[in-house]
Each structure stands twice: as structure tokens, then as C-alpha cells.
Design a protein around this ligand. Structure first.
Ligand SMILES: O=C(CO)COP(=O)(O)O
Length: 247
């Protein structure tokens, strides 16, 4: 399966930086003859201005969250149809930073995934254990519960395995840990969704960089990467796309 590299800019990017970064990405990617799928997820405030630039360069646009309802009295929130209206195709849901900072539960994430799919977006649902759960040997149990709780029936999106302790620490999970967890996630997806579970892409995220990407992307059941810090500079991000499977 063709791999997909997703850049999660998180709460970074004013207009001038965002334009410069996308221009540099477009130049860097144009030099690659065939390449993996690329999705850029800037903050909400940059979606509209970046949509045409990304499209022209063959990259897809993603958002970092959406509300479960289509519209209504939800001050400060953004709905899935509003994202589609701007040309957004993907939405990250249940990132550990949202689970921690906004109290999002598996059920919240599941409702958002339903809304995203209904609007025609591809949800990228994040799961992953924290350091305590890892230390007590509960990583698979935790991720298993998150998958059961966060993915709705008929899920057609992407699952991103992001161990919380690996995010922004420079300490990616080991190749073996990624292989074990990705195989576990694949088995869970097949258990939950049957044959369709084999076609759901599984991403790894957590301190992916130019040096470790060549260990991570060839791992069985890893269909791409969800990238934070290294998505904020073209010379860090383009090599990740170069390392990914193009067919
Ligand atoms: O949280 C992440 C992507 O969603 C990973 O962030 P880093 O790549 O900065 O560790």
C-alpha cells in the first residue's frame, strides 16, 4: 500500500511562515519523481489561505480537530462541513494533546469520527499509551481499549499510533515496539472490522525524523507517519516523504 506522510503543525504558523513553508515543500517535493501521499495539517487559521497552494503542489489539506455536530450553539468550535467547505480532506482526531488538554474521551473521539466521515473527511484517529502505562506493561491493553472506544462502526479512516512518551521528546519508539504494536493494531482492526480492517492505514507518530525514518517506515503494518516537529521545516519533512513507499 502507498504510504502517507502527515505533517501536524500543531499550534504553529503565522501567515508569512506558513506560506514560506508550503512554498519550500512544493519545491522540495517537485523534485521527487513518484512519491507517497502527503497531507499538511496547519492550524485552522491557515486552512483557507493554504488550500490552493497545497492543491497546486499535489498535497492534501488536513485539520487538527472538528466538532461532532454539523452546526449550532458551540462557541469557538469548527464543524466537519465547515472544513470540507474550505477544501479540507483529512482531520486528526483524538490527538493525545487534545485528550490531555481538552478532556477528550474515546467516546468524544468516536462521535467526531462519525461526523468527519459523514461530511466526507478522512479521520486520522490517534491512539497511544502514556509512560506509566508503558512502564507497567499495559501498552497493548490501553491501545486496544482506545481502538474499541474511539473508532465507530464502519470506520474508513486512518489510525495513528502515537505513544505519548515519544511525542516531542526526541525519543521515538524502537523498531521492535513499533512492529509489535502495529501488528497488534492490525489484528484489532481485523477483529473489529473484518476484511476492511486490512485496508485501514496505520501510521506511527512520535519523534519521527530524517535519521530514524528509514528504520520506521519499512516496518510491516506501518503505512506512513504522523509528524510534528519535523513537519515545520521543509528540509526536515521532504526527506521523510522521500523515504516513504510511493506505490
Ligand atoms: O504528536 C505528533 C504528531 O501528531 C508527533 O510530534 P513530534 O513528531 O514532534 O514528536
Amino acid at each position: 500500500m502507498k504510504q502517507i506522510i502527515v505533517g501536524n503543525w500543531k499550534m504553529n504558523g503565522l501567515s508569512a511562515d506558513a506560506d514560506a513553508l508550503v512554498d519550500a515543500l512544493a519545491t522540495g517535493l517537485a523534485a521527487l519523481p513518484a512519491r507517497a501521499d502527503v497531507v499538511v495539517c496547519p492550524p485552522f487559521t491557515q486552512l483557507a489561505r493554504l488550500a490552493p497552494k497545497l492543491k497546486a503542489a499535489g498535497m492534501a489539506l488536513g485539520a487538527q480537530d472538528c466538532h461532532k455536530d454539523r452546526s449550532g450553539a458551540h462557541t469557538g468550535d469548527i464543524s466537519a462541513p465547515m472544513l470540507v467547505d474550505l477544501g479540507v480532506e483529512y482531520v486528526i482526531l483524538g490527538h493525545s494533546e487534545r485528550r490531555a488538554e481538552h478532556g477528550e474521551l474515546d467516546e468524544t473521539v468516536r462521535e467526531k469520527a462519525v461526523a468527519a466521515m459523514a461530511a466526507g473527511l478522512t479521520p486520522i484517529v490517534c491512539v497511544g499509551e502514556n509512560a506509566d502505562q508503558r512502564d507497567s506493561g499495559d501498552s497493548q491493553e490501553k491501545v486496544g481499549w482506545q481502538i474499541q472506544g474511539s473508532l465507530p462502526q464502519g470506520f474508513t479512516g486512518i489510525v495513528a499510533y502515537e505513544p505519548v512518551w515519544a511525542i516531542g521528546t526526541g525519543q521515538a519508539a524502537s523498531q521492535q515496539d513499533i512492529a509489535d504494536m502495529s501488528a497488534f493494531i492490525r489484528a484489532e482492526l481485523v477483529r473489529q472490522f473484518g476484511e476492511a480492517g486490512k485496508t485501514i492505514r496505520i501510521l506511527y507518530g512520535g519523534s519521527v525524523n530524517e535519521r530514524n525514518v528509514t528504520d520506521i517506515l519499512p516496518v510491516e503494518n506501518v503505512d506512513g507517519a504522523l509528524v510534528g516537529n519535523a513537519s515545520l521545516k521543509a528540509d526536515a519533512f521532504v526527506p521523510l516523504v522521500r523515504a516513504a513507499r510511493a506505490s
